[in-house]
Write a protein that binds this ligand. Structure first.
Ligand code: ZN
Length: 293
């Protein structure tokens, strides 16, 4: 057992973009480093590249938490499953996510990549045969726990107010996560607007990794982006308001739409009108240590 050591805990932003393809901002992926453990939240585009760029060993990643099933959050999930194996993963890779995650993982392993996995198992025996993955659908109330940490989740609002069918909405489950080690808390918002689930997860968090796609400089006068801020993803004002009203220790913004340095500065200034605590405008490879007060 690895001893719990909140002094040695940090957040590494592996990908801070979204579905917008970008060489600077890869898909959303956040790594929590706790002692020797590596917990991955989402598996966006390029996650494996960023891991090795950071000097992290992909084989050490376990478990994986998926916030929801948008492409930008799971596009490299198969890469994580297979690359961790090829890099020497010895344990079963645990993957948690909202309802439907088990089906996606089963499809990737047993259909989409079944031939690849069998080929490498037989054709490249040095890898020692397939190391399984174990997916589990989780819901609010479920807790993933080890002697060192616990992770809980809540449903968040991410597009539920848009004009989808009732059936689609009932199946569109999006999670925010709360990681706790001792009395330290790191929240990963997932994709969400300001809502009760997000606030529950973010309450008194030492670090809140918060989606924030744009500031009002971008959304003002743009009906599409304005609708995104209303229904889909928090903007600067929402991110700052949640951080302030939930007593967040350090606000870390991610899931940023591609923008100029001037737009980033305007977004930061806008957050500062509401939230005056430690603030990081995330970029890929930004590391945020969990400071002990
Ligand atoms: Zn999304």
């Amino acid at each position: 057992m690895i001893p719990s050591n909140p002094d040695d805990t940090s957040v590494l932003l592996l990908g801070t973009g979204g579905p917008w393809v970008s060489a600077d901002r890869f898909g959303p992926s956040t790594l929590i480093r706790h002692g020797a453990e590596r917990l991955l939240f989402d598996a966006g585009r390029g996650v494996g590249i960023r891991l090795v760029e950071a000097g992290e060993e992909p084989a050490q990643v376990n478990p994986v938490f998926i916030t929801h099933h948008h492409l930008d959050h799971i596009s490299d999930l198969a890469d994580v499953m297979i690359t961790t194996w090829l890099r020497g993963r010895t344990e079963e890779l645990k993957i948690y996510g909202p309802p439907g995650t088990e089906e996606i993982v089963d499809t990737l392993v047993n259909k989409v990549y079944a031939k690849d996995i069998e080929w490498r198992s037989v054709g490249e025996p040095a890898f020692g045969g397939w190391k399984p993955v174990q997916a589990k659908d989780i819901e609010p109330g479920d807790v993933v726990e080890t002697p060192n940490w616990r992770v809980s989740c809540a449903y968040v609002v991410h597009g539920h107010g848009l004009n989808f069918s009732k059936k689609f909405k009932n199946n569109w489950k999006c999670l925010s996560y709360r990681f706790e080690a001792g009395d330290r808390v790191i929240t990963v918002s997932g994709d969400s607007i300001d809502c009760g689930g997000l606030r529950k997860m973010a309450q008194d968090a030492d670090i809140l990794v918060q989606c924030c796609f744009a500031g009002s400089m971008e959304t003002r006068g743009n009906s599409h982006l304005s609708d995104v801020a209303t229904f889909t993803l928090a903007d600067a004002v929402q991110a700052a308001t949640v951080a302030k009203e939930c007593g967040v220790g350090h606000l870390v913004l991610t899931h940023l739409r591609p923008k100029s340095e001037a737009e980033l500065a305007a977004l930061e200034a806008e957050v500062r009108q509401t939230y005056d605590g430690p603030l990081t405008i995330g970029r890929d490879m930004t590391s945020v240590p969990l400071h002990i007060a």
